[in-house]
Structure formats: structure tokens, C-alpha cells
Design a protein. Structure first.
Length: 319
């Protein structure tokens, strides 16, 4: 029997407007282009209007698509990109504020320029941050200084400029490096691990397609109505169907992405994780190894569906 099982978190509302039959590979399907600017395709505008009609007319929770809901959608979308407030700076947010009470109008008309404008700014800010990380990790930190570090910044003020944001990143990296040092890891290994962690997350964002951005935006809308309502892109729908077919097994737990971590949302009663008594709700999965002698793979910063692919396997395999 498989030692650990994965069950994707179930959502109660799925929209899949067109089929996608090609297999998705995070390594090979999208060429890396740091400067690529994403923009919506014509089909997304139509899908946007269909989704808006379905959610506003037929959702069990009757809502009015107005300025109040527009503000919630706006906040949801910003949080979905930069929950911990380590990429955008205050001038970015101030610029976006003019859209706060217009999103309801854009949804009705199928105008998708705003979410793609915000995403492209996010992508540009991330490029800057990753460059800073690579440069900063060339030399070991001075741990003798007395400094404060705020790990959760979701309620903090946005950095006023790039210099302030760099300081936030420096303390974040220093905190990560210090934790590694306490685990007796040498600087060379620590530097390599942290640089690769952020490069990997950066690579995931660079590989985003137009459909990925559209899904983020539609989910910002759907979750503003109800937290159990989600929009599935074709590939997400395909993965969901696979998970529900019981062809593969995982670790017996529902997983969710929280900040940069894959977190256990719920242990499934009777599953391998529950029987092992080694995993609990809110535990963070930071690495995954296949087989008894497998090398642990650092998964911090990975997309949830990629973690699922790494964990999920046929009955009898060990993870």
C-alpha cells in the first residue's frame, strides 16, 4: 500500500469552456522569456463574459456585481500575486488603485487589460528581486547585527521604493540563511539552495501563459463571491479529473498553497498519512523524496500542481 496519498482540495464549482488535450510539462511546454509581456487572447474576453453571467445569475449565493464587490476582487487579485508584499512597491499599488471600483464594469464588458497590466508589473518586479537575490547571496551575511525581521507581511505597509524593498529581501534571505546555519549547513550549500529556490519560483512565473493569468483573475472574482467557488483552466480541470478518477494515489491529505509553502489543509481519515501519524494539519511540506534512498527535492516556491505531480504515483510506490 502506498505510504502517503494526495487528494486535491475539492471545489464546488467548475467551469471548463474549451478542451486542452496536449500534456502539460512545466519544463518543456513554455520557453523562458524574461521580458515577454502577456496579453489576453480574444477567446478569454468571451469566456470572461460567460463566467460573469454564470456567477452573477446562477450561483447559489445571489450577489450584485457592483463597486463593493469590485474592490474585493481587486484585493483578491493583488493578494494572489503578492500575498506577502515583497514584490510590488507602493507606487505600483497607487497606480493600480484607479481600477479598484472599475473591475465590475470590465467583467461585464470582457475587458481584460487591467489584470494583465498588473501581472506584467508583478513579473517585472520579480525579475528585479531575483537579480537582487542572486547578487546578495554571493557573500555570507554578518549575523552579529541586531536586526528585526517580519516573516508575515500581508498586513504590513508596501515598500515605499526599491531600496526599501531590497532591505526587506536582504533580511528575508538572512533569516533563511540563518536557519540553514543552525542546521549546520555550510554557506556554499545554503547559497546554492536559496538561489535555486527563488530561481525556480521565478522560472514558474516566467512560464506563465495567458491562460494562467486569466485563471488567477477569474478565481479572484469567484472567491470574492464564495471561498469554495473556483474557475478551472483546461489543464487544471484535467488534473482535477485525474485526481478524482482514483487512478493515482498520493499521501492521504488535502493540500493547499500558502505563501511559498505547500501546506496540509486536512488529513483524510483512514488514509496513509492518518495511519502514519507523522503528518498533521497546517504542516508544511518543504521537500519530497521518492523511494527509501531518494534525494529530497526542495519544493518551497513550487506550484501546487507540480508538487502534486511529484508526490502522486501508482499504488505501492514510496514517497
Amino acid at each position: 500500500m502506498k505510504k502517503l496519498i494526495l487528494v486535491v482540495v475539492v471545489v464546488f464549482f467548475t467551469i471548463n469552456n474549451y478542451a486542452q488535450t496536449e500534456s502539460h510539462s512545466i519544463e518543456n511546454s513554455v520557453a523562458i522569456d524574461t521580458f515577454k509581456v502577456l496579453s489576453p487572447d480574444k477567446l478569454h474576453s468571451k469566456v470572461d463574459q460567460i463566467v460573469t453571467t454564470l456567477l452573477t445569475r446562477y450561483h447559489y449565493k445571489k450577489i450584485d456585481l457592483n463597486d463593493s464587490l469590485s474592490s474585493v476582487i481587486f484585493d483578491n487579485y493583488i493578494k494572489s500575486l503578492d500575498y506577502n508584499r515583497v514584490y510590488f512597491i507602493k507606487s505600483d499599488i497607487n497606480k493600480f488603485e484607479k481600477y479598484r471600483y472599475l473591475i465590475d464594469n470590465y467583467l461585464l464588458s470582457g475587458d481584460l487589460k487591467v489584470p494583465y497590466e498588473i501581472f506584467n508589473t508583478y513579473k517585472e518586479r520579480m525579475n528585479n528581486s531575483v537579480k537582487y537575490v542572486i547578487n546578495e547571496m554571493k557573500n555570507e551575511f554578518d549575523y552579529s547585527l541586531n536586526e528585526d525581521f517580519i516573516p508575515r507581511r500581508d498586513e504590513a505597509e508596501w515598500a515605499s521604493n526599491q531600496a526599501e524593498l531590497n532591505d526587506i529581501w536582504k533580511k528575508r534571505l538572512k533569516n533563511d540563511a540563518l536557519n540553514k546555519k543552525l542546521q549546520k549547513e555550510d554557506w556554499e550549500k545554503t547559497s546554492e539552495t536559496l538561489v535555486n529556490r527563488y530561481k525556480r519560483f521565478h522560472k514558474i512565473i516566467l512560464q506563465y501563459k495567458e491562460e494562467d493569468v486569466f485563471q488567477l483573475y477569474m478565481n479572484a472574482f469567484a472567491s470574492a463571491i464564495d471561498p469554495h467557488t473556483s474557475y478551472f483552466s483546461p489543464i487544471t480541470s484535467e488534473n482535477f479529473n485525474i485526481s478524482m478518477s482514483l487512478t493515482f494515489e498520493g499521501i492521504g491529505a488535502s493540500l493547499m498553497a500558502k505563501d511559498d509553502y505547500t501546506t496540509i489543509a486536512r488529513i483524510i481519515p483512514g488514509g496513509p498519512a492518518a495511519k502514519s501519524k507523522d503528518l498533521f494539519e497546517n504542516d508544511r511540506i518543504v521537500a519530497v523524496a521518492q523511494g527509501e534512498d531518494g534525494e529530497p527535492v526542495d519544493i518551497i516556491g513550487w506550484r501546487l500542481d507540480d508538487v502534486i505531480q511529484l508526490i502522486r504515483g501508482k499504488k505501492g510506490t514510496l514517497v
